[in-house]
Design a protein around this ligand. Structure first.
Ligand SMILES: NC(=O)C1=CN([C@@H]2O[C@H](COP(=O)(O)OP(=O)(O)OC[C@H]3O[C@@H](n4cnc5c(N)ncnc54)[C@H](OP(=O)(O)O)[C@@H]3O)[C@@H](O)[C@H]2O)C=CC1
Ligand SMILES: CC(C)(CO)C(=O)C(=O)O
Length: 352
C-alpha cells in the first residue's frame, strides 16, 4: 500500500480534493491549522455541498503538530502567502524521494522548488470554484480545469500517477508538459479576478460591464507582456485564450474573451472570487503580493512596465487596510490608469 496522500491546507481546494479522494477509497490525511475544521472532518465528516453534488465524508485530518512520519506525495493547498510557513512545517514530513504538488494560484512552484528542491516539486493549475463556508462545510461551486505537470516539463511515472488521482476528482483533468504556460494563463485571469474584487459585485457582473473592460484588457495585456519577456506562452481554459491579450493583438480579440468570461462566471454557485471572499467575508489579507505583486517585480527585472498591475496591488492593499471600500469608485481608480480601448472595438466572435 502506498503511504497516504498528505493534503496540507484543507480549505476550499484541499478539502474538496480530500473529500473526493477519501470517498473513492484513496488514503489521505488532511492537515490544517483550523482546529474546529480538523475536528469536524475527522469525526462527523466534511460536508461538500452545492450544485455539483452533495455528500458528507469523514476524512482523516490533523493539526500540523500532530503529523508524524514522512510522505511521498504532499498536496499543498494553502493561500500563496502561507506557502513558506507551510513548507517549513511540512518539510520534515516530505520523503527524500517524494514531492510537493502546488494546488494553488500563482507561481508558488518557484518558492516550493527553492525550499524542497526542484526535483521534489510538481506543478498544478486548478480552476474549479469552491468556498470554505465554516468548519466541516465546503461549497463546491463549479467544475473547472485541473492540469498537472512537472516544472521541468518531463512526464514521469509519478506525474502520470498524480494525473490519474486528479481524474478521480475531475475526469477531464489534463496532463501537460507545459505547466508554466497554464500557470501564467491563470495569472492573466487571476489579475482580472483581483480587479473584480475591487467592487462588491459578482465576477460575472464585472466582466459584463463594458465600461469596466479597459481594466480587464490592461491587466491581461500587462501579464502577457511580462510572460513574453520571460519566454512563456500562456495557455487558457475553456474558450479563454490569454494570448488574445498579447502585445499587438486587437482589443476586439481581448473583448471577445472577456465576453466569454462574463458567461463562464455566470454559471457557478461561487459568484465571487476567493479574493473578494477574503476581503468581504473573511476580512483578511489576500494573496495579492505573492500572486500579482510578483508579476510587477518580474516585469521590472525585464524592463516591462506594469502600471495597471501596480495600481491594482495598491488598491487591494487599501481595501485590506480599511482605506477604501469595495466599490465601483475603487475600481474606477484602476480604470483611470488604463488605456482607453480602440473606439471601434466590439468583441470579435470567438473561434468555435
Ligand atoms: N477557492 C477556489 O475556488 C480556488 C482557489 N485557488 C487557489 O487555491 C489555493 C488555496 O485556496 P483556498 O482553498 O481557496 O483557501 P482556503 O483559505 O479555503 O484554504 C486554505 C486552508 O489552509 C489553512 N492554512 C493556512 N495556513 C496553513 C498552514 N501553515 N498549514 C496548514 N494549513 C494552513 C487555512 O486556514 P486559515 O483560513 O485560518 O488561514 C485554510 O483552512 C490558493 O492559492 C487559491 O488562490 C485556485 C482556484 C480556485
Ligand atoms: C474564481 C476562481 C474559482 C477560478 O475560477 C478562483 O481562482 C478564485 O476564486 O480565486
Amino acid at each position: 500500500m502506498p503511504d497516504p496522500i498528505l493534503i496540507w491546507g484543507a480549505g476550499a481546494i484541499g478539502g474538496t480534493l480530500g473529500a473526493y479522494w477519501a470517498r473513492a477509497g484513496i488514503d489521505v490525511l488532511m492537515v490544517d491549522t483550523v482546529a474546529a475544521h480538523v475536528e469536524a472532518c475527522r469525526t462527523v465528516g466534511l460536508h461538500i455541498e452545492g450544485p455539483i453534488e452533495g455528500f458528507r465524508q469523514v476524512v482523516p485530518a490533523a493539526l500540523p503538530g500532530e503529523v508524524r512520519g514522512t510522505y511521498s506525495r504532499i498536496v499543498l493547498a494553502v493561500k500563496a502567502q502561507a506557502t513558506e510557513e507551510a513548507m517549513a512545517a511540512l518539510l520534515p514530513h516530505l520523503a527524500p524521494d517524494g514531492y510537493v504538488l502546488s494546488a494553488q494560484n500563482g507561481l508558488n512552484e518557484i518558492a516550493i522548488g527553492r525550499i524542497a528542491g526542484a526535483e521534489r516539486t510538481m506543478g498544478c493549475f486548478v480552476n474549479f470554484g469552491a468556498d470554505w463556508l465554516e468548519p466541516g462545510r465546503i461549497l463546491y461551486g463549479n467544475r473547472g480545469a485541473v492540469v498537472v505537470g512537472e516544472i521541468d516539463g518531463t512526464i514521469r511515472p509519478r506525474t502520470r500517477e498524480m494525473h490519474h488521482l486528479m481524474q478521480v476528482f475531475e475526469p477531464d483533468s489534463v496532463l501537460t508538459d507545459d505547466i508554466w504556460g497554464y500557470l501564467w494563463g491563470k495569472l492573466a485571469y487571476g489579475a482580472m479576478l483581483f480587479g473584480t474584487a475591487l467592487t462588491d459585485e459578482s465576477m460575472s457582473a464585472n466582466f459584463a460591464d463594458p465600461a469596466r473592460a479597459p481594466a480587464w484588457v490592461a491587466l491581461g495585456r500587462e501579464v502577457m507582456a511580462v510572460a513574453r519577456a520571460r519566454s512563456v506562452s500562456p495557455r487558457g481554459f475553456g474558450e479563454f485564450d490569454p494570448l488574445a491579450f498579447a502585445p499587438g493583438r486587437p482589443d476586439a480579440d481581448a473583448l471577445a474573451n472577456i465576453a466569454w468570461l462574463a458567461d463562464y462566471t455566470s454559471k457557478t454557485a461561487k459568484t465571487h472570487s476567493g479574493i473578494w471572499r477574503d476581503l468581504a467575508v473573511r476580512k483578511r489579507r489576500t494573496e495579492v503580493d505573492p500572486q500579482i505583486g510578483i508579476i510587477g517585480v518580474l516585469g521590472r527585472e525585464a524592463g516591462v512596465p506594469t502600471p495597471a498591475l501596480d495600481r491594482l496591488v495598491a488598491l487591494i492593499h487599501d481595501i485590506e487596510e480599511g482605506r477604501r471600500p469595495q466599490s465601483p469608485a475603487t475600481l474606477q481608480e484602476l480604470i483611470a490608469r488604463c488605456p482607453p480601448l480602440a473606439p471601434s472595438s466590439s468583441p470579435a466572435p470567438l473561434k468555435a
